[in-house]
Design a protein around this ligand. Sequence first.
Ligand SMILES: *Cc1c(COP(=O)(O)O)cnc(C)c1O
Length: 431
Amino acid sequence: MLNDFLEDRGGLLHFDGCDLVALAREHGTPLYLMSESSIRARLSELRLSFLDRHENVSAAYASKAFQTLDILGLVRDEGLCLDVVSGGELFAAAKVGFPMERVFFHGNAKTGAELAMAVDLGVGRIVVDNSSELQALDSIARARGRVQPILFRVTPGVDSHTHQKISTGTIDSKFGIPLDRSVRDGYIKAALGMGGVSLKGFHFHIGSQLFDRGSHLLAIGIALDLLAECRRDYGFIAEDLNIGGGFGVRYIESDHPPPLAYFTDAMMEAIDSGCSERGLSRPRVIIEPGRWMVAEAGVTLYTVTSIKDIPGQKKWIGVDGGMTDNIRPSMYEARYEALLANKAGTPRSQTVDIAGRCCESGDVLIRGIILPPVEEGDILAVFTTGAYHHTMASNYNRVPRAALLSLREGTARLSVRRETYEDLIAREAFP
Ligand SMILES: *Cc1c(COP(=O)(O)O)cnc(C)c1O
């Protein structure tokens, strides 16, 4: 099985102790499942291998990977920090009473209204991406008699060798401030002279689904040079160095992501030794795991609705979901493993393609997967769907968004109800 929380019990696939066929029958499909036990296992790994192993470090959960009020409550109770990237994500965090001083507000095109909301709520760090934002934020904060703590998002100019659509650290990236001296000089001098903002340090995030620490280590060297130059040139001492997320997870059998400590031990060693070589006192180090925290905690269930054999070509298996609940295959050719939950013990004998239900030829969930003989009504379980699925869901073709259950050791609890047809038209004015 792909992860420790999946189990074949007499031919019936179970996840976190719950019978998936029974859940599909009771709640309908498509159905998102999130294993709380899996998320808690990641939280304890995070604690053991990072938070408890080093002084003056923080971890911010990048909630765009998976955000519900439920998980915000869990992350709040665990004492972690939180990344948000929009007014909507910030609103939800405020709803659960998330301590705002532990929030980092990211984004390359924040609106004035979002900046004002963040300042009013007392967000701990706004991560400033560009000069328009810097100017706007300074005026907003001054108008309120406030001084907003900020970090600058910088692009270390490192290629993380991941898919282009999830690579974010190169010089021409839409994210962040290039470290070219002529550019960054202007930013740092401006921020240090402003009454509405207080520069606390720097942030970079170089990509996602990384299995190798090399790019992070390169970027760390570049960031430490920046800290040393800031002290020399402006007398500015950074309190925070936020080194982003991107830690990889297992989607398919051949993925072998390293443990978190593979990244963080080497990163902390590089930061500690790099600081002492440069005579810097080490800033607080923040990491931002998103996908790593939740991806493997997710399973999506579908019902097989159609089977189409094109002789000599391929066999299509049609399911009742697709790009509306999982955009990743169409957006970046993401690959997945799946099983028939009601035939978990049946030998796999035929290669099929899993077609989503939307009116797009590109809506194909899985190409070339080997399954047991498939029949209409079978329950297909797709694995590692916890990150960037629920949060990226759409209503294309007016498909209602799926319900989401939170599982823990054999019990299932409704976390997000299924959207209704009435929900789909609720916002529309129709004279
Ligand atoms: C998306 C994002 C993350 C999390 O990325 P993962 O690959 O999900 O770990 C962390 N930091 C920032 C700034 C991000 O935009």
